[in-house]
Design a binder for this molecule. Structure first.
Ligand code: SAM
Ligand code: SF4
Ligand code: F3S
Length: 443
């Protein structure tokens, strides 16, 4: 019998990608599933969770509270918790939440169909969260079934060995594992045959990628970028996230030798203060970080940078925060992410007193956000009257407006009566910057 399936995803791009995998595993199984847009219509509810900050965890708990009430009247629905909370909390979730039937960890989603079948057969709660011996086989898969138009993510590595003092990811995703280069190339070539022209390489720290070719030759991230750039049909290469520590000379040189790498880099810095970076265990200082930025600017004068910040880290004083503001003013980061520090049980910094008040944390967050907005407007204004190569991504809500991305990742809107522009790279002249959005016309 066909089962209605509802899947809710929280967290980063990697989790979104995992949800696509879950759907693909279930749809390729021998059972029939139908995706529904509300859990009220579902026979099976899958919650793919994030635990990077407390707020993300609370989102799961408030969902479970609602589902608990619903399940009292609909006892047959199956509730599955996947993702980072499943891997972090494991069977503790069962004791706190009777409503959960299946817990499936980040490295175990390949077994999802088996777990569901087993539950229906035996009507017994199941947990599958152990990190596997053969993780490559468990976490990497070929992206075959979706209808891609022009761009897609391709996972190249998973997990993290860095253990920054505040972060749960190494505990929820396990140690770093890189996918084989041949496997990655095979997937990208397949995607190109389906119309993809832009690839976004995905991983917790893509530039610490390290693997081997089948002839035994070592393949690091810069070598992989070179291999991918040789694929005909790939016009743009993006990647996310990178770690400053692994952003060495060879990766910087790729910006010179590989014109397909976009003029945009997301390079999380977290703080502008060396003292805080040290307690965060980031293993670099601001001089080192800026050195990467200026070397890249030297090769690509038009490159835009974005980053991640954590505000209110334990012991962050006004003078530390000022250093972060100074860095934002100097680098002029575009569209970046700012997070309020959230102490996470099991991490090193959990034992350090969370001594910055929420009021100060929020003030610092707002201050950074307003600076970042100014930066974004600054870059948009600089683009006025310039010609840009735009990869058309879709239709905007307003009639006849397309939107697409410039080579520096900025979004631009333009009007056209022409059909089938999506997926094409076209020349656009930027005309105006209205309400923080760029508008242009086809040249
Ligand atoms: N691997 C990437 C790196 O190190 O740059 C980032 C991955 S992490 C999932 C995404 C972002 O979440 C981090 O860059 C950091 O800013 C933020 N983050 C992680 N742990 C946090 C915590 N305990 N509190 C607040 N923000 C946190
Ligand atoms: Fe977390 Fe640090 Fe690893 Fe990024 S590098 S995932 S912040 S531990
Ligand atoms: Fe991503 Fe959240 Fe896990 S950011 S790796 S889903 S903890």
């Amino acid at each position: 019998m066909c089962k209605n399936l509802y899947i809710k995803t929280w967290g980063c791009q990697i989790n979104k990608y995992d949800s696509d995998k879950i759907i693909s595993y279930l749809f390729n199984s021998s059972k029939k599933y139908f995706l529904v847009d509300s859990w009220l219509k579902a026979n099976i509810i899958i919650l793919n969770t994030c635990s990077v900050r407390k707020k993300a965890e609370y989102k799961l708990y408030s969902y479970l509270n609602e589902i608990k009430e619903f399940k009292k009247k609909n006892n047959s629905i199956v509730v599955i918790v996947c993702g980072c909370i499943a891997s972090k909390e494991k069977d503790k979730l069962f004791s706190k939440w009777k409503v959960i039937d299946i817990i499936c960890g980040t490295q175990n989603i390949k077994n999802i169909s088996f777990l569901i079948d087993n539950f229906y057969k035996n009507k017994k709660k199941i947990i599958d969260v152990n990190f596997s011996e053969n993780i490559e086989k468990n976490i990497f898969y070929l992206n075959k079934d979706n209808n891609y138009l022009h761009n897609t993510f391709v996972t190249i590595m998973e997990g993290c060995n860095n253990f920054c003092s505040y972060c749960v990811v190494p505990y929820t995703r396990g140690k770093q594992i890189s996918r084989s280069p041949e496997n990655i190339i095979y997937e990208i070539k397949y995607l190109v045959s389906k119309g993809i022209c832009e690839v976004n390489l995905l991983g917790q720290n893509v530039n610490s990628y390290i693997s081997y070719l089948s002839n035994g030759k070592k393949c690091n991230f810069s070598y992989l970028l070179n291999l991918i750039s040789e694929i005909d049909g790939i016009k743009r290469i993006k990647f996310t996230s990178s770690h400053p520590l692994d952003f060495k000379k060879d990766v910087i040189l790729c910006y010179k030798n590989i014109p397909k790498i976009v003029d945009y880099l997301h390079l999380p810095v977290q703080s502008g203060s060396d003292r805080i970076l040290n307690i965060m265990r980031r293993n670099y200082n601001i001089k080192y970080y800026k050195n990467i930025i200026y070397k890249l600017l030297n090769i690509r004068p038009n490159i835009l940078f974005s980053t991640d910040f954590i505000v209110g880290f334990p012991s962050e004083k006004e003078c530390d925060f000022k250093l972060t503001l100074d860095l934002i003013k100097e680098i002029k980061f575009d569209n970046s992410y700012v997070f309020i520090y959230s102490p996470r049980k099991g991490t090193k910094s959990y034992s350090i007193k969370d001594d910055i008040s929420m009021l100060i944390k929020k003030k610092r967050l707002n201050k950074i956000q307003s600076l970042l907005n100014k930066n974004s407007i600054y870059w948009s204004k600089k683009m006025l009257k310039t010609n840009q190569k735009v990869l058309v991504e879709g239709y905007a809500k307003r009639n006849n407006y397309y939107y697409g991305r410039c080579f520096n990742n900025k979004i631009v809107y333009f009007k056209s009566n022409r059909y089938n522009l999506i997926g094409k790279i076209i020349d656009i002249k930027i005309l105006e910057n209205k309400n923080s959005s760029l508008y242009g016309f086809i040249l």
